[in-house]
Design a protein around this ligand. Structure first.
Ligand SMILES: *Cc1c(COP(=O)(O)O)cnc(C)c1O
Length: 375
């Protein structure tokens, strides 16, 4: 039995008719640009997350880039983030005109070490961009306190964590509800994915929301009148229609991912006792949506080849931490500077965890891992 890392066809097959009704309505209504489906999705996502404003944009890359652009960063202005993330996080900081300032990760959650952020802040720091990696939120309470103390924008990269929750002061908060703004991705492989690119910024700040709505249509609230130079970054109405069809299923899908994760957790416990794998750690005050189920393992590349020879999909997110990327050589970092990110890059492997996996498939994956370490 082969097991894919992700099989979107199964999800699609379950909701096909509804999605086509929605797509047909957009095509027949010829409302392709920022029309009803986009406004409806913005309202629905804002409602689900418990925030007041949501602005659909072309991708998560833009969802992070646009709020950063509005900070008018100078080349020596720093934005604090993690080196263990998808490239786009630091790419957006660079493209907004600023300088990524990396802080190493916590070894157990793979998220930025919030307690170490304070020490990284200088007079040129303008913003904090924590990433909620693999579906679990970074520690938002200390990050919020640090941002407030130094008057910095707190911008969540929530591309992998739509709907994840964290209990802060006795209250569950969803992604986007603690930061000044948060950036979401509707890239097909995310928990809520479209049929192409898409993204969204959410914020509780009306002034920021208004500027973003303007910025995504070339900086003019009124057609052909431009208060500032913006860009074209709109969420497609066709994508919004697909996402509206999928949104009601999101919580159920995330629950199924948690069930799959719990299944692996139980099955892989003995391998962890023998020191060959480390299962993902989700803190008691977090609820992960498991965009990825990521192990640390001994001899990662060997395990990956073994799984692949058995027809089992897996992936390494991410093999090269961002401080060691060629394009960031100008930052002057060396190997050894962010040891936890570097170690994670050597040890991590993500397994199939998508909602529609069968128990037989989970079993096939677990057996192949057991077989590898028994040899
Ligand atoms: C997927 C991802 C992005 C990129 O999102 P796009 O919508 O493809 O631009 C950014 N950051 C993280 C952490 C991601 O996982």
């Amino acid at each position: 039995m082969t097991v894919p890392l992700l099989d979107l066809k199964r999800q699609y097959t379950n909701i096909e008719a509804d999605l086509w009704d929605r797509l047909t309505a957009v095509v027949e209504g010829k409302a392709f640009i920022l029309d009803r489906p986009v406004a409806e999705l913005e309202e629905a996502v804002a409602g689900m997350l418990g925030v007041t404003h949501a602005i659909g944009v072309a991708s998560r890359t833009d969802a992070l880039l646009l709020p950063l652009k509005l900070l008018d960063l100078a080349p020596d202005h720093e934005v604090v983030t993690t080196p263990f993330t998808f490239f786009a996080t630091a790419g957006a900081i660079h493209n907004a005109g600023g300088r990524p300032k990396f802080v190493d990760i916590e070894p157990d959650t793979f998220n930025i070490d919030a307690a170490a952020v304070e020490a990284a802040i200088g007079s040129d720091t303008r913003a904090l961009v924590p990433v909620h990696l693999f579906g679990q939120m970074a520690e938002m309470a200390p990050l919020r306190a640090t941002a407030d103390r130094h008057d910095l924008m707190l911008l969540e990269d929530a591309a992998q964590a739509i709907g994840a929750r964290q209990r802060i002061g006795g209250e569950w908060k969803r992604t986007g509800a603690v930061g000044d703004a948060a950036a979401f991705s509707f890239f097909p492989s995310k928990n809520l994915g479209g049929f192409g690119d898409g993204g969204m910024v959410v914020t509780g700040d009306s002034g920021l929301a208004e500027r973003l709505r303007r910025y995504r249509v070339h900086g003019g609230a009124k057609m052909y009148h431009h208060e500032e130079v913006g860009t074209n970054s709109r969420l497609d109405a066709l994508q919004a229609a697909v996402l509206l069809g999928k949104l009601p299923h999101l919580d159920g899908w995330s629950e199924a991912r948690r069930r799959n994760a719990a299944w692996y957790d139980a099955r892989l416990e003995s391998l962890e006792d023998r020191g060959q794998v480390v299962r993902p750690v989700v803190r008691g005050h977090n609820e992960s949506i498991y965009n990825q189920y990521t192990l640390r393992v001994e001899d990662r590349d060997g395990l990956k080849d073994h799984l692949s020879s058995r027809g089992i999909g897996s992936a390494v997110y991410y093999p090269v931490p961002l401080h060691l990327q060629e394009c960031f050589a100008y930052l002057g970092h060396r190997e050894g500077e962010f040891p936890e990110s570097e170690r994670a890059a050597r040890e991590v492997i993500s397994l199939p965890v998508f909602p529609e996996l069968t128990e037989a498939e989970l079993n096939t994956v677990a057996e192949a891992i057991e077989e590898y370490y028994a040899a």
